[in-house]
Each structure stands twice: as structure tokens, then as C-alpha cells.
Design a protein around this ligand. Structure first.
Ligand SMILES: *Cc1c(COP(=O)(O)O)cnc(C)c1O
Length: 404
């Protein structure tokens, strides 16, 4: 049985006060909070076996290497990757996408086409624009509907034999929309295109099976799923990662270095130049373990209940509009009050100890589509409660009364 009050005791930060009120943390889509089980793993690392990995013969280095590689295995199993070396540790989603985008610079030719969805985070747009500038490839946009879903029919017409890459988020961070990625992957494969799925927003709520999806690249960040910032992963199919040129040169990513010629290390090390975020990599695995212990189905069901409760309560407020009304969405509510700037609503909520995000959520094209400067975004996690949602709703009503 899922007991939210019991779960909340795992998160020390949830018992603090902000501006004199108990904290209500509804900015989970920006970063999630960290349970003590993960904090303990981080403390343990620095207290007992902090050392550089893969190099030392001494005990600490071996313990650190083993913990780091065990974590890679755990992540491999979680995402059901075929090989551990298909999991590349990165600094996060942004870094992962840049590795792939920069690697394709030598694999594309002018006139090749890339398809991006209209609802991407800037980190899944800008690296590809840079790639197009370098190669002369053309970036085309899969359009969105007014419900905040992708126009899959239009996607079908955009796909041609020239399409080389398709990149779409699994879940939109600004709208919460869960995209039909299996359909997208299958259709893209029919024309021989490769697909990168940005899983940053999906990973805390949905367990992705990369083999069942047959996805070519899947990326995420640990800090969205109860892990630390500054660490994430790039999953890639072995055959593709072998062909992809390395992103950064340095230590750890080489096999042999002479001034005449350097040969690269095997996977995953080819993409892991320099000393990595060792403790972060270990904590990433620990965070997934924590979520698996609760269970992804339990998490999704509870969060969906919060979503329905909050949607009904917010829509009862006159002049409140929700952006993103897909049938399948995670517990993200992007909204505006008629005639009131989202920033002003966010500031008043902050005075009440309620943390929401305001602005364009690194997804400016979505805001342009709806012709708005931004939204107020409340994003829920399994450690949130209906009582907290009641406080949000009261806060929004108060903001409306003050600002109207
Ligand atoms: C958070 C997020 C990113 C960026 O993640 P970083 O950890 O900042 O690199 C990219 N895409 C989506 C959908 C996100 O939610």
C-alpha cells in the first residue's frame, strides 16, 4: 500500500518552511527532491571510498570503480539495454544530446533532413540547429495541435527517404503530454531514420524499455528522478555508438596516445573523457533503485490521481486556462489566469511558500504557438499531497483577487 505520509519522511527538505509556511514543492519538472536513501549513498561515497576510478590499483579506487560500474549495470537493467556499455554516463540530458548531435556532423550531408517536434525543450532543438549549420542539413518541425499533442499524420507526410534523424521528447516538460514514441520510432525506421528520444521528463514516471521500443538513442538526467544534478545518461544502440565519433578528447577515452596517432577506447569509455561525476553516477543508480522500490505503476497511478484532482480544482477558477490537454499526460499543469502575467502569480505563490515555475520552461516555441509569454507550471511528484494542491488552489485564487 502506498502511504504518502510515510514516503514524505524520506525527503528531509519537505519538512522545511519557506516564508513562514511549510514548503509546497511543485517544481518537480525542473528538478526533483532527493530522498535520504540517495543522500546516504552520496555521504557514504565521500566518507568511505572517494577515489578516482578505472586507474588505481589501490582498494579505494577499486571500490569506487566497482560501485560506479554496478550502477551502470543497474541503469542498464532498468532501461533493459542489451549491453552495459550502451549506457554512457554524461552530465545530463543536454550533454547527451550534444554528444549525438555533434557526432552526426561527419555522418550527414547537405539536404539531409532532420525532424524535431514542436514541443521540445531547447536542449533538444539548439544542438540540432548547430548541426544543421555545420552540415547544411535541413531541420523540419513536426507540428502540434491545440490540445498540446503531436500531429502524427503531419509527421507521416514529413518523413521521406531524406530523413536521417528524428528527435522527440517522451514527455513534454512544459505541457506534460506523453508522446506516442513507439509509433514515431516505427514510422521513422521505415524510412531508415534514427530516433533520439529525450526521456528527461518521462524517466521519473515511466519505465522505458529501450529494446521493446527499438529506440536508437534515449537520454535522461538523474536530477529529474530523485538523483543529483550534473549526471545523466546517453543510451545508444551498440552498432550506432561504435560509428559515432567521440565528443571530447582527453583522459579515460583513449586506448593509446602518441603524438602521431591516438586510438580511442572501447565503449562506453570512448564517450566518457576525463574524471566523471563518480559519486553522481553511483547515486543515479541508487535513485532508480529507490523509485523501483515504490514501483513505477504505483507512482504513475498516484500522480495521475493528483493530476485529476488538481485539474478539476483549478478549472473551477474563472478565467483560468490550462495549456496541454492531452488524454495521456503526466502530472504537469501549465496554466494562466486571464489578464495576469504568469510571473506575478508565481511571485505571490512564492510568498505563500509554494514553489512553481513561471516562464517559457525552456520551450519557447510552445509559448509562441499559444501566443503567450509563458505559463505558471505546477508539476507534481509522488511525495506531493492533495492538501498541498488545496493550498495551491487557494493561493491562485488569492493571486487572482490581488492582481485583477
Ligand atoms: C530537464 C529537461 C531537459 C534538460 O535536462 P538537463 O538536466 O538540464 O540537461 C531536457 N529535456 C526535457 C524534456 C527536460 O525536462
Amino acid at each position: 500500500m502506498f502511504d504518502v505520509n510515510h514516503i514524505r519522511q524520506d525527503f528531509p527538505i519537505l519538512s522545511r518552511k519557506v516564508k513562514g509556511f511549510p514548503l509546497v514543492y511543485f517544481d518537480n519538472a525542473a528538478t526533483s527532491q532527493t530522498p535520504k536513501q540517495v543522500i546516504d549513498v552520496i555521504t557514504d561515497y565521500y566518507s568511505r571510498y572517494n577515489a578516482n576510478i578505472h586507474r588505481g590499483v589501490h582498494a579505494l579506487s577499486q571500490e569506487a570503480t566497482e560501485a560506479y560500474e554496478n550502477s551502470r549495470h543497474y541503469i542498464q537493467n532498468h532501461f533493459n539495454a542489451l549491453h552495459p556499455h550502451e549506457i554512457i554516463f554524461t552530465s545530463g540530458t543536454t550533454h547527451s544530446i550534444n554528444i549525438v548531435a555533434s557526432g552526426y556532423a561527419s555522418l550527414l550531408k547537405p539536404e539531409d533532413e532532420l525532424l524535431v517536434s514542436a514541443m521540445e525543450h531547447h536542449s533538444n532543438i539548439v544542438p540540432w540547429q548547430m548541426l544543421c549549420e555545420k552540415t547544411g542539413a535541413i531541420l523540419k518541425v513536426i507540428p502540434m495541435t491545440s490540445l498540446g499533442t503531436l500531429d502524427i499524420e503531419a509527421f507521416g507526410t514529413l518523413l521521406t527517404s531524406k530523413t536521417r534523424l528524428v528527435f522527440v521528447n517522451h514527455v513534454s516538460n512544459a505541457l506534460g503530454t506523453i508522446n506516442p514514441i513507439k509509433t514515431i520510432i516505427d514510422q521513422a525506421h521505415q524510412v531508415g531514420a534514427h530516433v533520439l528520444i529525450d526521456g528527461a521528463q518521462a524517466s521519473p514516471h515511466i519505465k522505458a524499455d529501450v529494446q521493446a521500443l527499438d529506440v536508437d538513442y534515449y537520454v535522461t538526467s538523474a536530477h529529474k528522478l530523485c538523483g543529483p544534478t550534473g549526471v545523466g545518461m546517453l543510451y545508444g544502440k551498440e552498432a550506432l555508438l561504435l560509428k559515432l565519433p567521440p565528443y571530447q578528447g582527453g583522459g579515460e577515452m583513449i586506448e593509446e596516445v602518441t603524438f602521431e596517432k591516438t586510438t580511442y577506447a572501447s565503449l562506453p569509455h570512448k564517450f566518457e573523457a576525463g574524471t566523471p561525476h563518480i559519486c553522481g553516477g553511483i547515486a543515479f543508480g541508487a535513485a532508480l533503485k529507490y523509485l523501483n522500490k515504490i514501483g513505477f505503476e504505483t507512482i504513475a497511478a498516484y500522480e495521475n490521481d493528483l493530476l485529476n484532482y488538481a485539474t478539476a480544482a483549478l478549472l473551477a477558477i474563472e478565467g483560468l486556462k490550462i495549456y496541454g490537454q492531452a488524454d495521456h499526460k503526466t502530472a504537469v499543469i501549465s496554466f494562466n489566469l486571464e489578464g495576469i502575467h504568469p510571473y506575478d502569480v508565481g511571485s505571490i505563490l512564492d510568498q505563500l511558500g509554494i514553489a512553481v515555475r513561471t516562464g517559457h520552461h525552456c520551450a519557447q516555441p510552445i509559448m509562441d504557438y499559444f501566443k503567450i509569454p509563458g505559463t505558471v507550471r505546477a508539476s507534481f511528484s509522488f511525495y506531493n499531497t492533495k492538501e498541498e494542491i488545496d493550498r495551491l488552489v487557494a493561493g491562485v485564487r488569492k493571486a487572482q483577487a490581488m492582481l485583477q
